[in-house]
Design a protein around this ligand. Structure first.
Ligand SMILES: [Zn+2]
Length: 288
């Protein structure tokens, strides 16, 4: 395992700092210069108000204290890499406060590769024929962790935010989806909803969620098929979301977090659901 970020390591190893860390609840402060540098390097964070940035920084402090980073294929984890990933992973929870990080409790390890990695895939079809292929992965999430990310994609997140893309949020959205599922259950785009979601009892809220997401996913799959096969314009949301319900939820979370207004224009029926889920101030409190 690669060491913790340098400033965190230094803090852990000095006596006064350990006392300070205990006093702060195990989440050491982030050096101001490092914070400024990482925020400035990510233009999609510039729209945040000062109070929101403060909340994001607090989330990042706790996130970094809770997670373990390791570099793979020669990548050395440094402060900038760890904090950049933390800012993106914590961004969806700025309206929740620290309880938002409970959604990431199901795993600890984050493995960062310099670039995409090749994974061997195998699937048996209905006729019993085994298909094997190699797939380039920029990120992967699994139940219990670790979570894998390609730094080449994370550090270029700002350039992709305009299109509503964010790899880190995508992989962490899978963890949100998996959070309350058993080891044998796959992500399905239906995370456990917070109590009192949209003012509904839990079964009605879950039903409402499944119905709307199911409808919108089917519509999106049709739009992608029309674009790929019949020359219709490609929809704005990442076509990878057409893969299945879990990927649709993950690409929707990416787009919602970095381009909320555009996402809302594309999916007006899903906007209130994600607003309620992420406790955005615009969330309607009335039952649908
Ligand atoms: Zn995915």
């Amino acid at each position: 395992m690669s060491p913790a970020p340098r400033w965190l390591r230094v803090l852990r190893h000095s006596r006064w700092a350990r006392a300070l860390t205990r006093w702060l609840g195990g989440a050491p402060p982030i050096p101001a210069g490092l914070w400024r540098h990482v925020v400035q390097a990510q233009p999609f964070l510039h729209r945040l108000e000062p109070g929101q940035l403060e909340r994001l920084q607090l989330l990042c402090r706790h996130f970094l204290a809770q997670k373990t980073f390791s570099g793979a294929n020669g990548l050395q984890i440094n402060d900038e890499i760890a904090l950049t990933i933390a800012t993106q992973a914590c961004l969806p929870w700025i309206h929740w406060g620290l309880t938002g990080l409970d959604w990431y409790r199901g795993f600890v390890g984050i493995v960062v590769h310099p670039d995409e990695v090749w994974a061997q895939r195998e699937e048996t079809d209905e006729a019993g024929v085994v298909h094997r292929w190699r797939e380039a992965l920029a990120g992967e999430a699994m139940q219990g962790g670790p979570l894998m990310l390609a730094w080449s994609h994370v550090r270029t997140a700002s350039a992709k935010a305009q299109q509503g893309h964010n790899l880190v949020i995508h992989e962490f959205a899978h963890q949100i989806d998996l959070r309350h599922k058993s080891r044998h259950q796959a992500a399905d785009g239906c995370p456990r909803l917070p109590n009192g979601f949209l003012g509904l009892a839990a079964p009605a809220a879950a039903q409402h969620w499944r119905t709307l997401w199911g409808q919108q996913h089917r519509r999106f799959v049709r739009e992608v098929q029309m674009a790929e096969r019949f020359g219709a314009p490609m929809p704005w949301l990442d076509a990878y979301g057409a893969t299945d319900a879990a990927e649709f939820f993950a690409v929707a979370c990416e787009a919602y977090t970095v381009q909320r207004a555009r996402f809302g224009a594309e999916f007006p029926l899903l906007l209130p659901l994600l607003d309620a889920f992420f406790k955005h101030p615009a969330a309607a409190t009335a039952a649908p």
